[in-house]
Design a protein around this ligand. Structure first.
Ligand code: PMP
Length: 287
C-alpha cells in the first residue's frame, strides 16, 4: 500500500483506495439523507488492532439491527483494516469504518436491490496524555434525550452531537446522561461508578451502546477481583460516587474528577481507576 500524501491520506470507498480529497459519495446516499448507516472505531496500538473480533462482532450486530446485509466477512474486514493501517506511518491509529444502506431515490422505506456504501479511513491516534490521566476530566449531567435504540452504533448521532456540545459549552469533557433518573452513558463513552470498592454500571440493553471497553473492563474487574454490579444506577448514587470514570476507544479509561462543578469523591483519580488503568496499559503492551 502506497502511503497517501501529507494531509491527504488514502481512504477506502466501495472497493478502492483513493486520496481523502477525492473520495466522493452521491448526495442521495442514505447515510447523507437519513443517517441510515452504522459505524465502528477500532483503536490500533503499535500497528495492531485492539479487540478487533469484538469490534467486528458489534459491527455485524449493528448491521443486523438495521437490516443492512453485512458486505464483508470478518476476514475481509480484517484485511481492510490491515491495509488502512499500512497507509500511515503512525504506530497508534484509530480506524473508522462506516456502512450505509446505499444510494437510492429519496424514500424513507428501504429500497430494493441496492448495495451498501462502505467507507474506511484511519487517523493517527494520540493516546490520552499522562497529564490527563493524572488530572482527570470534568463532566456535567443532563437528561438523556436520545431515541430508544442506543445499542445500535448508528451514524444518526444528532442526540449525541447535541449532548457533547452541551458539555463543551460548559467547559466539560463529557456529559453523564440520565433517563428517568437512572444513569445511561456519556455522549460518546460508557460511564462507571465506584462506591465502597464496588464498580457499578448500567446493564447492557437498548439504552446504551455496549462499548468494546465495557466488555474489557468487565473482564478486568473479574480478573482483578473488583466486584461489578450491572444494574440501574440512580442519579443520587452517581452524585455520591467515590470515583467516576468514562471509557471509549479514543479516551481509553479516564477518571471524572468533577461533576456539575462538585468534586467526585476526593476530587482526584482513585484506586479503582488506577487498577483498571494498569490493566489497560498491560493489555496494550502485550499486544
Ligand atoms: N457509548 C457511546 C454513545 C459511544 O459513542 C461510545 C464510543 N463509541 C461508547 C459508548 C464506548 O464504546 P467503545 O468502548 O467501543 O469506544
Amino acid at each position: 500500500m502506497i502511503p497517501g500524501i501529507e494531509g491527504d491520506p488514502l481512504v477506502y470507498l466501495n472497493g478502492e483506495f483513493t486520496p481523502l480529497s477525492q473520495a466522493k459519495i452521491s448526495v442521495l446516499d442514505r447515510g447523507f439523507i437519513f443517517g441510515d448507516g452504522i459505524y465502528e472505531v477500532v483503536p490500533v496500538y503499535g500497528r495492531k488492532p485492539f479487540r478487533m473480533a469484538q469490534h467486528l462482532a458489534r459491527l455485524a450486530r449493528s448491521l443486523d439491527a438495521i437490516r443492512i446485509p453485512n458486505p464483508h466477512t470478518a476476514e475481509q474486514w480484517q484485511a481492510l483494516v490491515a491495509r488502512l493501517v499500512e497507509t500511515l506511518d503512525a504506530q497508534d491509529q484509530f480506524v473508522y469504518l462506516q456502512v450505509t444502506r446505499g444510494v437510492a431515490k429519496r424514500d424513507h422505506a428501504f429500497p430494493r436491490n441496492i448495495s451498501p456504501t462502505v467507507f474506511g479511513m484511519t487517523s493517527p491516534f494520540a493516546r490520552p496524555s499522562a497529564e490527563l490521566r493524572e488530572s482527570g476530566v470534568k463532566a456535567v449531567t443532563m437528561p438523556d434525550e436520545r431515541w430508544l435504540h442506543c445499542h445500535i452504533k448508528s451514524t444518526s448521532l444528532l442526540g449525541n452531537v447535541l449532548a457533547r456540545q452541551y458539555a463543551v459549552d460548559r467547559d466539560a469533557t463529557e456529559v453523564v446522561m440520565f433517563r428517568d433518573g437512572f444513569l445511561s452513558e456519556g455522549s460518546s463513552s460508557n460511564i462507571w461508578v465506584v462506591k465502597d470498592g464496588r464498580l457499578l454500571a448500567p446493564q447492557k440493553n437498548h439504552l446504551i451502546l455496549e462499548g468494546i471497553r465495557y466488555g474489557f473492563i468487565e473482564e478486568m474487574a473479574s480478573a482483578k477481583g473488583i466486584p461489578l454490579e450491572m444494574r440501574p444506577v440512580s442519579k443520587a448514587e452517581v452524585q455520591a460516587a467515590d470515583e467516576l470514570m468514562l471509557s471509549s476507544a479514543t479516551k481509553e479509561i479516564l477518571p471524572i474528577v468533577s461533576l456539575d462543578g462538585q468534586p467526585v469523591g476526593a476530587g482526584r483519580p482513585g484506586p479503582v481507576y488506577a487498577r483498571l488503568r494498569q490493566g489497560y496499559d498491560e493489555a496494550i503492551a502485550a499486544l
